[in-house]
Design a protein around this ligand. Structure first.
Ligand SMILES: Nc1ncnc2c1ncn2[C@@H]1O[C@H](COP(=O)(O)OP(=O)(O)OP(=O)(O)O)[C@@H](O)[C@H]1O
Length: 273
């Protein structure tokens, strides 16, 4: 569905991506993790077609992404950027309806398919009763739900998310990722999500891509990627690794005072999975 090969990108002759490849299949959720500045957002910008790579190609639906017009691309791929939805003086329903734009020939006249898609997106994202509220008067977490509903109305085959949970409390983090997972599983959506929270990444993603300095350091299911040695190599920390008591997936606990073993704060603690 979405595939990228050998992506290179430099800003002012500084390489930010170095020959990176990634693919996401229908019905799969791939998590991109890695330290600050490792190139995760740059990868999203290249995969979405917002920026061009210096070298390498992004394929969307079997074609180089540059072959699709903006509208054709938006009918296949939706992006939730790091900065989220702007604070606009429109209602929730109006903003969600904008997600139909790539499918319409005479905006803003909405046909019955458009109205059904908007209704479905509003109800699936739990916003049906908030449809008349103004988006610029919503909290950050509520606005994030509107952004997801707008993407749902867009009915893409691929969804790219850059840190969708950063400003959310634990309830909103879980609700938003649950809804995206449900969408992924029920409709075969291909999802690529950048996450700093390794525990959420482990919980929700089928596969993780661990980046370091613009390149792939490791890739595979969470239990293969989230190992003490890899976390030490990439993040320079010695966390405690354990398993989630309910789901059994790897979970990473910070070990204060132990981040840099050279400080002599005690032996690193790791529970091998
Ligand atoms: N438009 C740009 N011009 C110059 N440098 C850039 C630009 N965009 C990104 N960079 C640099 O590229 C590097 C990677 O940035 P990027 O935002 O992709 O990293 P990231 O892994 O998403 O980081 P974070 O986890 O902090 O969000 C950083 O050093 C950043 O300063």
């Amino acid at each position: 569905m979405l595939k990228a090969r050998n992506l290179w990108k430099a800003y002012r002759s500084r390489h930010v991506l170095r020959g990176l490849g990634v693919s996401v299949a229908p019905g799969e959720m791939v998590g991109v993790i890695g330290p600050n500045g490792s190139g995760k957002t740059t990868l999203i910008r290249l995969l979405s077609g917002e920026e061009r790579p210096d070298r390498g190609t992004v394929f969307l639906d079997g074609e180089p992404i540059s072959k699709w017009s903006g509208r054709e691309r938006a009918a296949r791929l939706a992006v939730l950027p790091q900065e989220g939805l702007p604070s606009v003086p429109f209602t929730v329903e109006e903003v969600v309806s904008m997600g139909r734009h790539p499918h319409q020939s005479f905006w803003p006249w909405a046909g019955s398919t458009d109205r059904e898609s908007v209704e479905r997106a509003l109800s699936r994202s739990g916003l049906a009763r908030d449809r008349t509220r103004r988006v610029d008067r919503l909290s950050g977490g509520e606005r994030q739900r509107v952004a997801i509903a707008k993407a749902m109305a867009q009915e893409p085959k691929v969804l790219l998310l850059d840190e969708p949970t950063t400003y959310l409390d634990i309830a909103h983090q879980q609700t938003i990722l649950d809804r995206i997972q449900q969408w992924q599983r029920e409709e075969g959506l291909a999802v690529l999500v950048v996450l700093h929270d390794l525990n959420l990444a482990s919980q929700y993603c089928d596969r993780l891509l661990l980046m370091k300095e613009g390149a792939r350091w490791a890739e595979g299911p969470p239990e293969k990627v989230l190992t003490p040695s890899r976390l030490r190599e990439v993040y320079g920390v010695e966390p405690v690794l354990t398993r989630h008591p309910v789901t059994g997936v790897p979970q990473v606990l910070p070990a204060p005072g132990n981040q840099n073993p050279s400080r002599g704060a005690g032996a690193p603690v790791s529970v091998e999975l």
